[in-house]
Design a protein around this ligand. Structure first.
Ligand SMILES: Cc1ncc(COP(=O)(O)O)c(C=O)c1O
Length: 448
């Protein structure tokens, strides 16, 4: 097993599958015009995806429709996880927007109904919920709470983590690249990619113990260990389920809190449980939720042990103008309805497993493809370098080929080497057929 080192990390931090403006001349003059206008008014910080950026005008279930009326299958976006423009969510949002939209400074029973329902899906110990607009704000709040509760500063993260855009969350997001500095109190740990299943848990716990010891030698105590329990930005690592458990014990023994960042795996994506931490059989002190929570409405938040929030809540206070507003809560409640009514956990499990075996069968024996790692509707497939192409270049080629054949996926991982396949939870057998047709075409396109 080679332990990943800093030298392995993509230093540029450029987003996998970002549009590269040096290829502008491959685009139509209309598309070039929109890109230039966008650059002029939105500035330089945003990134487009794909070599040929897409303008969407409508969404419906697993489908997106572009400006030319072309239907493109969405096997990438995890925000509209119950399907684009799901009628139940649309109706709930419209009704609430026409009735009242206000904030957490007034009595409102809808937010209480929602919070109780949401907490029922979590570990019993997580008995308080707080609401924000973005995952970044929720991670930021979780960090503040952890530091306040423990009186400590240190944070341990995975090697290629992404946790958000605020100053505090960017400082725990090494995947943003070398120009975004990590905090001095932050330590990264490698992940057990390639470690045999029966050794993965102890291997991981040892990494965490080494990081804690390193912090302590510098007089820094541990406030929190935070991970995305599916490790999406690290390249997707789902198995063996349970490998996190000894690490969490090590963290608790050192006085730190465990924060499960459920922004990616949460709301049933793994098919096995509502929350990724449940697959690992671990009990977080704080769980962070976001992205699919409102199927596109800006709602995110934390579920926390009340004991951890206690002093923070008494001595400071929290008000988030839009966090937990009436319309976002209505959307979030409708999302839970759809997950239950359409039995989306079971769907994520069975359709995800079918997609996984179809992909595995297609790539077996092909030299370009490495390991397929997956849980439910979240799949990562490594591409392998050859003498002509790096794994990064090959993954980008594959992603763009799929896009040109009408299916959206992207890439992730330390080198952007893993295909990131993340369909909405309502994906069905027919969608798998469409997906596999494009996949087969893309395999032919990249063949050596
Ligand atoms: C694991 C994880 N945490 C936090 C965030 C930040 O969420 P947001 O973009 O809503 O601020 C993201 C976003 O991609 C994420 O993937």
């Amino acid at each position: 097993v080679t332990e990943p080192t800093a030298a392995h990390v993509n230093p540029s931090g450029e987003m996998a599958n970002a549009f590269n403006s040096s290829r502008m001349d491959e685009l139509s003059s209309a598309t070039r015009g929109i890109i230039e206008r966008r650059r002029n008014v939105l500035g330089p910080a945003y990134r487009l995806q794909y070599a040929k950026p897409i303008e969407f005008v409508r969404g419906e279930g697993a489908w997106l429709i572009d400006a030319e009326g072309r239907r493109i299958l969405d096997a990438y976006n995890n925000v509209p996880s119950v399907g684009h423009c799901h009628p139940r969510v649309v109706e709930a949002v419209a009704r609430q927007a026409a009735t009242l939209n206000t904030n957490t400074r007034y009595l409102d029973q809808n937010i209480l109904d929602y919070a109780e329902r949401l907490l029922d899906t979590h570990d019993d110990a997580l008995d308080n919920a707080m609401f924000t607009c973005t995952g970044s704000e929720a991670v930021d709040l979780a960090l503040r709470v952890s530091r306040y509760h423990t009186g400590a500063e240190g944070v341990i993260i995975s090697q290629h983590a992404y946790h958000g855009t605020t100053a505090a969350t960017a400082a725990i997001s090494p995947s943003l690249g070398r120009f975004v500095p990590l905090g001095k109190e932050v330590r990264t740990v490698g992940l057990p990619f390639g470690v045999p299943d029966d050794a993965a848990a102890s291997w991981m716990a040892e990494q965490v113990a080494i990081a804690i010891a390193d912090l302590e030698r510098r007089g820094i105590r541990l406030a929190a260990f935070i991970v995305d329990t599916l490790f999406a930005s690290d390249g997707i690592l789902a198995d063996p389920a349970g490998f996190l458990a000894p690490s969490v014990d090590v963290v608790h023994a050192a006085g730190g809190l465990f924060i499960a960042d459920e922004v990616q795996p949460g709301f049933g994506r793994t098919g096995e449980a509502m929350w990724g931490y449940q697959r690992h059989g671990v009990r977080p002190d704080i769980a962070v939720m976001g992205k699919p929570m409102g199927n596109g409405m800006p709602i995110a938040g934390i579920a926390a042990r009340s004991e951890v929030l206690d002093r923070f809540g008494r001595e400071t206070r929290y008000f988030n103008t839009f966090g937990g507003n009436s319309v976002s809560i209505a959307a979030a409640a409708a999302v839970l309805d759809v997950i239950e009514n359409e039995d989306l956990l079971a769907r994520a499990r069975t359709v995800g497993a079918a997609l996984r075996s179809r992909i595995q069968a297609a790539v077996t024996g092909r030299a370009e493809f490495g390991e397929l790692r997956a849980a439910g509707m979240y799949l990562g497939l490594d591409l392998l370098s050859d003498s002509a192409r790096s794994e990064t270049a090959l993954a980008a080629e594959f992603v763009n080929s799929m896009r040109n054949h009408g299916v959206l996926i992207s890439a992730t991982g330390i080198h952007g080497q893993a295909l990131k396949i993340r369909p909405p939870l309502i994906f069905d057998e027919e969608n798998i057929e469409t997906f596999m047709e494009a996949f087969t075409e893309a395999m032919a396109d990249v063949e050596r």
